[in-house]
Design a protein around this ligand. Structure first.
Ligand code: FPP
Length: 249
C-alpha cells in the first residue's frame, strides 16, 4: 500500500499498547513473552505509520503506575526498552525516524536516562516520522508538573495569572511542540484512557480494538485508519454539510 492509498491520514496517532500479558496467558506462555512479541509489534507499527504518512506516533511504553508491577516484570520491561533503544536506534536513525520521549525524567535510573537522551539527540534532525515514547508517563503527573512550573513563574512575577491560558498550559506539557493526537487507539478491548494524554485528548477520536497488542499488525493499523477516515470531526462546531439540527456534538 502506498502512502496515498488511504484518505485523511491522521497527523498524530497515539496508542495504548494493551494486552501483552493476556496474549501470553492464552498461549500458556510467561507474560515476558507477551512483552517480547509486543516489541515486534512496535517495530511494525513504526514502519507502517511512516509508510502511511503519519507524522507523529506516540506509544505508551511504561506508565508512572507500572512501577507497582512485580519487580521481575518491571525489570523485564526496562530491559526490553533498553534493548529496543540500543539495537533499533541505528535502524530507526537510518529510516529517518526522530525519537522523542515524554514522561517524568527525574529519578530515572542511570542506565536508562542517558540512552533515552542519546536517542533524542542523535535523531533530532530526522524528518520521516516522530516516534514519541511515553516512558514513566502519567497525564496527571505531567499536568501537575506543568502547573508547578506555571505557579513558580506567577510567584516570581514572570507570568501574570491572566496569561495562564490553555495555550500556556499546553506549552508547559512534555508534548509542548507536538500536535495533539488526532486518533488514540487502545488494544485488547479495554475502553479507557488510563491516565494517557488526558489534556491532549480533548478532540481526539478514540478507537478501542479487540486485538491484543502483539497481534496489532500492518493490516490492523490500515483498518484503524480506514475507520478513522470515515469519521466526522467537528471540534465542537458544525460541518458545512451538516443539517441545521445537528448542532454541537
Ligand atoms: C500492556 O500489556 C503493555 C505494557 C504495560 C507495556 C508495553 C511495552 C512494550 C510493548 C514493550 C516496550 C516498548 C517499546 C516502545 C519498545 P499488559 O502487560 O498490561 O497486558 P495485560 O493487560 O494483558 O496484562
Amino acid at each position: 500500500m502506498t502512502k496515498h492509498a488511504l484518505k485523511n491520514i491522521p497527523r498524530h496517532v497515539a496508542i495504548i499498547m494493551d494486552g501483552n500479558g493476556r496474549w501470553a496467558n492464552v498461549r500458556g506462555l510467561p507474560r515476558s513473552m507477551g512483552h517480547r512479541k509486543g516489541v515486534e509489534a512496535v517495530r511494525e507499527a513504526v514502519r507502517t505509520a511512516a509508510e502511511l504518512g503519519v507524522e507523529y506516533l506516540t506509544l505508551f511504553a511504561f506508565s508512572s503506575e507500572n512501577w507497582s508491577r512485580p519487580e521481575s516484570e518491571v525489570s523485564d520491561l526496562m530491559g526490553l526498552l533498553k534493548t529496543f533503544v540500543r539495537r533499533d536506534l541505528q535502524t530507526l536513525h537510518k529510516e529517518n525516524v526522530r525519537i522523542r520521549v515524554i514522561g517524568d525524567r527525574s529519578n530515572l535510573r542511570s542506565d536508562i536516562l542517558p540512552l533515552l537522551l542519546e536517542a533524542e539527540e542523535r535523531t533530532r534532525d530526522n524528518t520521516a516520522i516522530t516516534l514519541v515514547i511515553a516512558f514513566n508517563y502519567g497525564a496527571r503527573d505531567e499536568i501537575a508538573r506543568a502547573v508547578r512550573s506555571i505557579a513558580g513563574d506567577v510567584a516570581a512575577g514572570i507570568l501574570h495569572p491572566a496569561e495562564v491560558t490553555p495555550e500556556c498550559i499546553s506549552a508547559r506539557l512534555d508534548t509542548a511542540d507536538i500536535p495533539d493526537p488526532d486518533l488514540i487507539i487502545r488494544t485488547s478491548g479495554e475502553e479507557r484512557l488510563s491516565n494517557f494524554l488526558l489534556w491532549q485528548a480533548a478532540y481526539a477520536e478514540l478507537m478501542f480494538i479487540p486485538d491484543f497488542w502483539p497481534d496489532f499488525s500492518r493490516e490492523t493499523f490500515h483498518d484503524a485508519l480506514r475507520n478513522y477516515a470515515g469519521r466526522e470531526r467537528r471540534f465542537g462546531g458544525v460541518t458545512a454539510a451538516a443539517p441545521t439540527l445537528a448542532v454541537g456534538s
